[in-house]
Design a protein around this ligand. Structure first.
Ligand SMILES: *Cc1c(COP(=O)(O)O)cnc(C)c1O
Length: 323
């Protein structure tokens, strides 16, 4: 392949030029270059691979790095592994301590993204794993700047693809293979000029964004599809629900959302660890509200931003200090 063809567009999700010094693999901190698996496991190990995406936020005033909702993510990893009939050789407490140690060793002084992956190793081909067996875990981490506070306004489009369902590929399991569904959606929405695509479930109701969850706000009430709508049970979605209800006094309903409700909502936003909180300015070309960041989303994003950076004393327990 020519050098020209190898060039790919870099975005926030592209791997940074410099790798961190260490990753964590099967119980040990390993130098990045030395963490290898055999090529024969390519593909097959991904069949039953589950993962997590976790963010750490750097606070420049306090020179502090804090990992947001570390235990909640690791507990969800264990639940995803359970459905894959994969037992974990490490407890949530052991993994949490080792992840803090890993991030500390890489000496980040910026926002980071941490990705634990659990898979059947070389001795257990993923396609044969039909009864419970122990999995392997590897944890990667890299710099990943936050978009919070940037005033991002995104465009959304309803995708022609349908969400996978619980009896096909359970969406509540954070499985690598489920991302094929998200990838079709992302490909279509990018070709159509949208930032993200909205996926409808097999009942034709709104499910989620390719890699995030969705809330709409109508007449002062926040509405989000229920956990039975084909969504990934998002930790951010739960945190946001608590903040809306308890801090901003906005009632939250978990109920089915119709496609045309998206078009007439006062505000719409997406949420997730990767996406954080971003306001939608348009959906299928219909302007949402006045097309900018609405008042409730603005307050929510500011509150969330202060919490994740450890600037709000009342919520410091939501994150784990690295240094
Ligand atoms: C991870 C993920 C989300 C967001 O979940 P968080 O726990 O908030 O990070 C939403 N949708 C999909 C498909 C995901 O994989």
């Amino acid at each position: 392949m020519s050098q020209e063809k190898r060039k790919v567009k870099k975005d926030a999700w592209a791997a940074p030029k410099e790798s961190p010094k260490f990753l964590w693999m099967s119980g040990n901190k390993v130098e990045w270059e030395k963490a290898t698996v055999h090529a024969s496991t390519l593909g097959w190990s991904a069949i039953s691979m589950v993962f997590e995406g976790i963010r750490g936020y750097w606070n420049p005033e306090a020179e502090q790095l804090r990992i947001f909702q570390l235990d909640a993510h690791l507990e969800r990893l264990m639940r995803s592994m359970k459905v894959m009939r994969m037992s974990s050789p490490w407890s949530v407490q052991e993994l949490a301590a080792d992840i803090v140690d890993l991030v500390r060793s890489n000496e980040f002084k910026e926002d980071v993204y941490i990705q634990p992956t659990a898979y059947f190793g070389e001795t257990t081909p993923g396609y044969l794993a039909a009864k419970e067996q122990p999995g392997e875990i590897a944890v990667f981490n890299r710099a990943a700047a936050s978009v919070l506070g940037a005033g991002n306004v995104i465009s959304l489009g309803v995708s022609s693809w349908t969400r996978i369902s619980d009896n096909v590929m359970p969406p509540r399991v954070k499985a690598i293979t489920n991302y094929q569904n998200s990838r079709y959606v992302a490909d279509e929405s990018t070709r159509h000029g949208y930032d993200f695509g909205i996926i409808l479930n097999q009942q034709g109701k709104v499910s989620e964004i390719s890699y995030a969850c969705i809330y709409i706000i109508r007449d002062g009430v926040a509405i989000t599809p229920p956990v039975t709508a084909g969504i990934l049970e998002s930790i951010t979605r739960d945190i946001v629900k608590g903040l809306l209800e308890n801090e901003l006094g906005i009632p939250v309903l978990e109920r089915d959302v119709d496609r045309t409700e998206l078009y007439i909502a006062d505000e719409v936003f997406i949420c997730g660890t990767g996406a954080e909180i971003q306001a939608a300015g348009s959906i299928d070309g219909y302007t949402v509200g006045d097309g900018g960041v609405g008042p409730i989303v603005s307050d929510l994003e500011q509150l969330f931003h202060d919490i994740v950076r450890g600037r709000n004393e009342r919520f410091v327990d939501m994150s784990t200090e690295v240094y």
